[in-house]
Design a protein around this ligand. Structure first.
Ligand code: ZN
Length: 345
């Protein structure tokens, strides 16, 4: 008795189970949702269900006890070593044409061990134009027994032609309580830490789990928040040096901007007296202190700037330039009459 190794997203699991059970499985799904919300976990679970060797003789795998989680196929899927499951992720920041060509030649072959060949293509919005066009061909003429599972952070960044050939499944952030409970029950997080991580995760269980399991990620967060607070008090040269350094760590940029967005949003909440809703619970005192140093308009503008920069970076604008502009535009603390100038120096 195993079932889908997915926490939350019950309706999506239900929908996919029914599709399999009713023989109505689509040849392509597009899982859409914020990063680390569980798109890839859901795709893996579907792959495991399709490839589980303990399937019913009629080929249906829809029972609540599938995937079994223990057969060789299930274990290989969990270890990401099953020969009929392939995952394509962006290389050099993009999904390249040669990756799609490799996928196409694999897709033309019969399954090696299972009933299907499953391809997970993560962050489809990162496909170059030739790669997207090639993939479109596969989606249009998918060989039988091929199931394509694409994921994307945003629906509006997926080519309409690709979107129209997939069944979309939009995943929402999980309720905070569900993330908290899962962290305690399944990952053994101490209650206080679980509560903080659940709040910070904004419903993205994957993020909460990685932050719990990886102390480096946690330290990075503290470090990045400190940097943001310091940066506000610095001049142009220091700001540009910072954005240059950040742009060289391209894998950390989105995480950093996401964190910065929570920070400015928290400052806005504190300024409006809604402190119970802040996300960075462990920095409450600092938030209250910082909130007094900015005008409400500055905080709002900074939040908009961070979100807009993040959006533009997703849309492949020049990373360095976008970060330079953002760094230069960050407001200086100390301009709020309420705080007085003393706090700024
Ligand atoms: Zn199995």
């Amino acid at each position: 008795m195993a079932g889908w190794p997915v926490i939350g997203h019950e309706w999506a699991v239900d929908l996919l189970q029914r599709a399999i059970g009713g023989g109505r499985l689509s040849h392509a799904y597009l899982l859409i949702g914020p990063s680390q919300v569980g798109k890839h976990t859901l795709a893996q679970a579907l792959a495991q269900t399709l490839l589980c060797a303990e399937a019913a003789p009629d080929g249906s795998h829809a029972g609540p006890d599938r995937p079994c989680g223990v057969c060789r196929a299930c274990r290989l899927v969990a270890q990401r070593r099953h020969p009929d499951l392939q995952t394509i992720t962006a290389e050099r920041n993009n999904i390249q044409i040669d990756q799609v060509r490799a996928l196409q030649s694999e897709a033309a072959l019969s399954p090696v061990e299972g009933r299907y060949r499953v391809f997970i293509v993560r962050e489809i919005e990162r496909a170059t134009a030739p790669a997207a066009n090639a993939l479109l061909k596969t989606l249009e003429e998918a060989p039988p027994r091929v199931v394509m599972l694409l994921t994307s952070v945003r629906r509006d960044q997926v080519l309409p032609t690709i979107l129209s050939r997939c069944q979309p499944i939009a995943l929402r952030p999980l309720p905070e309580e569900q993330v908290r409970a899962a962290l305690v029950a399944r990952w053994g997080a101490p209650p206080e830490r679980a509560a903080l991580l659940a709040r910070l995760s904004c419903g993205r269980l994957g993020w909460a789990v990685s932050a719990h399991l990886d102390p480096a990620l946690w330290e990075e967060r503290t470090h990045r928040l400190d940097e943001l607070v310091t940066l506000g008090g610095q001049g142009h040269l220091a700001r540009l040096a910072y954005s240059e350094a950040l742009s060289r760590q391209s894998e950390a940029v989105d995480r950093t901007l996401g964190l910065w967005a929570t920070w400015w949003r928290d400052l806005m909440l504190v300024q409006n007296g809604v402190t119970q809703a802040v996300v960075n619970l462990d920095h409450r005192d600092q938030l209250v202190q910082q909130a007094g140093l900015y005008l409400p308009g500055q905080v709002r503008a900074a939040l908009v700037d961070v979100l807009e920069t993040r959006r533009r970076i997703h849309a492949n604008v020049n990373l360095r330039l976008a970060l330079d502009v953002l760094a230069l535009r960050l407001p200086r603390p100390g301009s709020s009459p309420a705080a007085g100038r003393a706090g700024a120096v």
